[in-house]
Design a binder for this molecule. Sequence first.
Ligand SMILES: NC(=O)c1ccc[n+]([C@@H]2O[C@H](COP(=O)([O-])OP(=O)(O)OC[C@H]3O[C@@H](n4cnc5c(N)ncnc54)[C@H](OP(=O)(O)O)[C@@H]3O)[C@@H](O)[C@H]2O)c1
Length: 297
Amino acid sequence: MNTRATRTIAVFGATGLQGGAVADALLARGAEVRALVRSPESERARALAARGVELSPVQTGEADSLVAALQGADAFYFMTPDSHGPEAIEAEIRLGTALVDAAVAAQVPQVVFNSVSGAERDSGVAHFESKRRVEEHLRRSGLRAAIIRPVAFMENFATLAPRVENGELVLRMPLPDGVPLKLVAVRDIGGIAAAILLGTADVPGGAVEVVGDELTGSQIAEAFGARAGFPARYEPLPLSVLGGDAEDESMFRYFAGAGAAYRSDLDAVKAIEPAVWNLTEWIRSTGWALPADVVRL
Ligand SMILES: NC(=O)c1ccc[n+]([C@@H]2O[C@H](COP(=O)([O-])OP(=O)(O)OC[C@H]3O[C@@H](n4cnc5c(N)ncnc54)[C@H](OP(=O)(O)O)[C@@H]3O)[C@@H](O)[C@H]2O)c1
């Protein structure tokens, strides 16, 4: 670790949702952010550079390029991108493994891996299992590491938000009602990762489920309804609406089953970030509202 007062934190995924939130939180706390990017000319990479982020171009398939990008960093955050289908799953494992190996070679003092809630369980979900493989590789690496495991993003409601039908809001998901779904705002993933990376928070046991709220379908619908001042209801859908997508089916089956219903880490999260958002606060933060021309019955 260097002796400079300002810490340099390398971030993989800074042009994306979670890594972007991590970069935001680090910049807000005065850290230097070094973004490992595939395309420094992309709009998102240039937007980061305009905010003072150092861009470090990498070729993810080339170990030397990853090691060079991590030299001298005080800490390293990485996520692995979405994967769907056997080839993408293998590519996700290869990438996560290569990033761990690069951190070992560059002797990065501290690493945070952004996994997924359920990776530590026998979920049967391929893109959770891939993250478990990366977690295992990280644990074997000898690096000083923490694993954060986010639950479903509240941001998914940007596309899933309830719609007005016949004078009421209707939310539909392929999840039985009465099943609590764990949710987190991506902003809070960033805040929690930043606190760990900057050494202002510790993760007892080395891993934390990153959660901000836990609500059934009806409670989620009510949260939107309360915001809009509109009646709201939830309608569970069968898994068949997923069009035979085995990966998505396995994930919703996992959400509905006993595996996902384990004790929430909300208390541990609040110990790191007391102001973590619940769904109502997240909805308010987005400015979500019904169209002005909606007819109230
Ligand atoms: N949606 C949820 O509710 C949820 C919940 C928990 C966990 N997750 C997990 O979160 C991950 C997705 O995170 P996110 O939403 O932050 O991702 P995202 O917004 O899609 O960003 C992906 C990031 O990865 C970088 N990247 C590097 N190599 C890539 C490649 N080969 N393909 C695609 N992107 C690549 C992208 O950079 P450039 O493209 O700029 O190079 C970008 O910075 C997935 O693994 C998912 O399983 C999702």
